[in-house]
Ligand binder design. Structure first.
Ligand SMILES: [Zn+2]
Length: 414
């Protein structure tokens, strides 16, 4: 997913979330994974076999629905031009409540190649291969250290790779004869500081080779209090320092320490995304309370700051669902833009009449606010981060700040 923007990743994630909520009455939802090199004619003949076998299904309704889904796929495959990573179809009679089902199809062009052809029929869609891709895209920086040595690596998906190994010239605790205790202690502290600095520089170099969009955070391992000492000394590049996601006790500081670190992080790796998001929100709150003028919130203020290129980091709530509509008068051409928050299935309000001539208004353009602001950020070189609502500050972002805030590069007075 290295070619993907944070925004594409967000769209992909949103589609998977949506698919995960869909259920069939029986085992009648079909998931079809087509690898890029698979012959469509082969798939067509396999689907025809599945269609025949479906006639053995006892429930008449399920049988009809499964065969309907397969028919729909067969007609789509007649015109398909398989993209370079393959294509995935999710088709079936989805339970929409009130004793009704709705035949739905979602098509996904995956961010990574489909390896295995799969035909899967169940009461929910089969999403694991795509969910794996979401995970694999993530990269963590790994650093294990004590005062003698340090090892730097990257965790991409489940793959750990070691990049650098450093050793120190820090003298042991026993001083040689002839040195004063004070002088010895001083030299020792200088040597430790120098070693930490070398580690920080080398680790920052390695971590900054990773596209920041895929870079989830840094895991720091080692004995206590060495790692805490390293962390509080801020030896990383400041961009990397911000991404520190967790510290863990590990016994080894050579290459094997890297796997020990990943194991120690274990289940917490899932929560680490959250920690990074938490840090981003805390940066925002820090600016907000400091009165530096470098925090801004609300869609209009953020948009204005984006347009003058002042936004460093744009923070958008993952649960923000809003559209920007351009509304025009059918008679005099008067035009305005309004933002509407919406919930799926909710009916829109009426547009009313033109404030200049009283003629009816019409919507001439609709764009997702997230799309609009992301595009603007790309143009202006601002970084976009999506924040979940799974923690207090993330929930505040959505409910107290309208889902959109930004940390600015400088105070614009907007
Ligand atoms: Zn008008």
């Amino acid at each position: 997913m290295s070619e993907q923007s944070a925004h594409q990743k967000y769209e992909f994630k949103k589609k998977l979330e949506n698919l995960r909520t869909k259920k069939g009455r029986g085992t009648e939802l079909v998931s079809l994974y087509i690898p890029p090199d698979k012959q469509i004619s082969d798939i067509t003949s396999q689907l025809k076999i599945e269609h025949g076998q479906a006639s053995n299904i006892k429930s008449k309704l399920t049988k009809t629905n499964v065969q309907g889904a397969i028919d729909s796929l067969l007609s789509r495959l007649r015109y398909v031009d398989v993209p370079e990573n393959g294509i995935v179809y999710f088709t079936g009679a989805v339970d929409v409540g009130a004793d009704k089902t709705n035949m739905e199809t979602t098509i996904i062009e995956p961010p990574q190649p489909i390896i295995t052809y799969r035909y899967h029929c169940d009461s929910s869609f089969f999403l694991e291969p795509l969910e794996e891709m979401l995970k694999e895209a993530k990269t963590y920086g790994l650093l294990v250290l004590d005062r003698r040595e340090a090892t730097i690596g990257l965790l991409t998906g489940k793959h750990i790779e070691s990049y650098r190994h450093l050793t120190s010239t820090v003298p042991g605790k026993q001083r040689k004869g002839g040195q004063s205790a004070h002088r010895f202690q001083q030299l020792r502290l200088i040597a430790i500081h120098d070693f930490y600095k070398r580690i920080g520089d080398a680790a920052s170099d390695v971590f900054m080779t990773v596209d920041h969009k895929n870079f989830e955070g840094v895991l720091l391992g080692g004995p206590s209090p060495t790692k805490e000492e390293f962390q509080s000394g801020e030896f990383f590049h400041h961009e990397i320092q911000k991404k520190l996601a967790g510290m863990f006790d590990v016994a080894y500081t050579d290459e094997s320490g890297l796997s020990e670190l990943v194991n120690a992080a274990g289940d917490k790796l899932m929560d680490l995304d959250l920690m990074v998001e938490k840090n981003l929100m805390q940066d925002f709150f820090k600016e907000l309370v400091s009165d530096s003028g470098k925090a801004t919130y609300g869609e209009d203020n953020v948009r204005e700051n984006l347009m003058v290129g002042a936004v460093d980091i744009l923070l958008i709530s993952e649960d923000l669902r809003a559209e920007r509509e351009t509304i025009r008068c059918t008679s005099c051409g008067f035009e305005k833009k309004v933002t509407k928050e919406f919930r799926i299935g909710e009916a829109g309000e009426s547009l009313g009449n033109c404030q200049q001539c009283g003629s009816p208004l019409e919507v001439v353009e609709k764009i997702d606010v997230v799309d609009e602001l992301s595009a603007l950020s790309d143009q202006m070189g601002s970084r976009v981060e999506f924040i979940s609502t799974d923690f207090v500050e993330g929930d505040q972002l959505l409910n107290a700040f309208g889902g959109i805030v930004a940390v600015l590069r400088y105070n614009t007075g907007i």
